[in-house]
Every structure is written in C-alpha cells, then in structure tokens.
Design a protein. Structure first.
Length: 280
C-alpha cells in the first residue's frame, strides 16, 4: 500500500533485524484498517541506539518497537518509563509525545496473558501454581504478569539456579519458589500452567527435556517458541490431552498496544493475521 506525505510512521529497531516478523504483522494491520501509515525495520547497532531513538521525533515518527539486543538499554534511554517496563527492566515499545519526549513500556507480559486467555479460555490465574522454565528476560516479563494477575505460586526452574533466586528476590519472594533444575519434572505436580520461556525446542535447538508425567490433566501448557508452532513440549502435552497454547499469539498480542498508540486503531488478533505472519 502506498503512503502519502501525511502518513503516520513507526518501526522496529534491532541488530540484526532481518528475522523480525513485526513488519509483516503491522503491515497486515495497516492494510486491513486502510491506514495511511508505514512500519519500517531498521538495523541499529548498540552504539547507535541513543542517536536513533532521539531522531524519532525529528523524523516525525510516532514511536517504535525495540528488540534484541536493545530492550534493556532502551529502558535507560527513554524519558519516561511506564511501571510495567520499570519492573521488568526492559522496554519493547516506545511512544513519542507531541513535545518529543520518549515513553517506554513493555507489552511482552500483556501479550503473553492475552494469548493465554485467547488460547485457553478455561484457564484462570487462581487455578493453581504455574511452573515457569527459564529465568531470562522473557521469563521476567511473564513472571511479573502472572504475579499481577493473581497466580498463587510461581515455581521457577532455571538451569542456572542463582538467576531464579535473584528473580524471586527482586519480584516477589513470597510467591516465587526457585526449583532446582533437576527437580523440574516433579514441580509439575499440582501445577495449573507450565510455560517454557527458554529457546529450547526452537528449530535447530535441542528439545526442552521436561517430563509431564506429574502434570495434572486440566493444566495448560504453553511455549514462547513459535518456530516450530508445535514444539516438542506442546506435542507431549497434547498427546496426554493437556490444553496447549503456541507462542505465535504472544508475538501478535504484544504488538497491539503499540499499534493502537501509533496508528489510532485497536487491532484484532485473528486467524488472518496468524496466516499473514506465518506466510512471512
Ligand atoms: P530471553 O530474553 O529470550 O529470555 P535470555 O535472557 O538469554 O533470553 O534467557 C535464556 C533462558 O534460556 C535462560 O533461562 C537460560 O538458562 P540459563 O540462565 O541457565 O542460561 C535458558 N537456556 C538457554 N539454553 C539452555 C539450555 N541448553 N538448557 C537449559 N536452559 C537453557
């Protein structure tokens, strides 16, 4: 779709950026809603991030996404940090105010929760403990969101145990229970949700080694990995009739707040969008 001189502009900065699906995602919505706008990917090296962000108001951009490796540094560079981003310590969405100030937020947790609600309608936060595998940046956003949504206990299993303990200490010592890596399968007992936040199971990576033998039948399994859509973890969960939610929806839902802020329309996540993003 062509744009006019009055087009609304946004984009995504990463390093590298070629793998990002965000341009297809926002491009699909721009087309669907007939918006005079553009969403452009930019390759920005780490030592150029500050200049690139400061250029946004000058270039007339309404904001942008930032992705790997910029999420943490961006949190220190913006003028204002929304509470979610401050708690997570990372920014993925930036908006430019009319006076040129940059506000950073983090919509990863929102995307995770919306995807879970859409994909597993029966799941309720209060249903029981969540078993979260991994304690990296993505896990932090998800754990913070699960805590806010009222999950009674989060069992956090990470290969490097100290990282799980650090996250527990900084987010909520009373509800986060660090689990020794070798006890992760046993920690599925009584859980209502199991989440893989590591890259294990991604194409070209080994599968996550997690027995679900102890997982209750009514528990939901979800994976942040979306290539392949059905990861080895989700395959095992589905075979024992647990509800499963794939990771693509998180990517789609986390994009909603940015799109609404920059382009002025609350966009829908549906099958047509999934197909457009998968077709790449
Ligand atoms: P992200 O921001 O995507 O979460 P990250 O911060 O690099 O990425 O975190 C990667 C997570 O995957 C970590 O929890 C990491 O475990 P460690 O803290 O022990 O490194 C986990 N991970 C990566 N490869 C792994 C592997 N082969 N086995 C177990 N965990 C792994």
């Amino acid at each position: 779709m062509s744009v006019t001189g009055a087009a609304r502009l946004a984009g995504v900065m990463g390093w590298p950026i070629g793998h990002s699906r965000s341009p297809q995602l926002h491009g699909h919505w721009l087309e669907r809603y007939g918006i005079d706008g553009a969403y452009v990917p930019s390759t920005v090296p780490p030592d150029g991030l500050e200049k690139a962000l400061r250029a946004l108001p000058l270039l007339g951009f309404r904001g942008c996404n930032v992705t790997i490796p910029h999420k943490t540094v961006a949190a220190a560079l913006v003028d204002m940090l929304e509470p979610a981003a401050a708690r997570i310590g990372a920014v993925n969405t930036i908006t430019v105010s009319p006076d040129g100030q940059l506000t950073g937020t983090n919509t990863d947790g929102f995307g995770f929760l919306e995807n879970l609600k859409q994909g597993a309608a029966g799941w309720r936060a209060e249903d029981g403990p969540a078993l979260v595998i991994g304690a990296g940046g993505a896990a932090r956003a998800i754990v913070a969101t699960l805590l806010d949504s009222g999950v009674p206990e989060i069992r956090l299993a990470n290969r490097t145990g100290e990282k799980a303990q650090e996250m527990g200490a900084s987010l909520d010592k009373s509800r986060i229970v660090p689990i020794p890596w070798n006890d992760r399968a046993a920690a599925a007992a009584g859980a209502a949700l199991v989440v893989n936040t590591t890259s294990l199971g991604m194409t070209g990576q080994p599968a996550l080694d997690l027995s679900l033998a102890e997982l209750p039948a009514k528990a939901v399994a979800t994976d942040l990995v979306y290539a392949p859509l059905t990861t080895p973890l989700l395959l095992v969960a589905a075979a024992r009739s647990n509800a499963t939610v794939d990771g693509l929806g998180m990517l789609l839902h986390q994009a909603r707040p940015g799109f609404a802020a920059w382009f002025g329309v609350e966009p829908m996540v549906d099958t047509a969008l999934r197909q457009a993003v998968l077709a790449g």
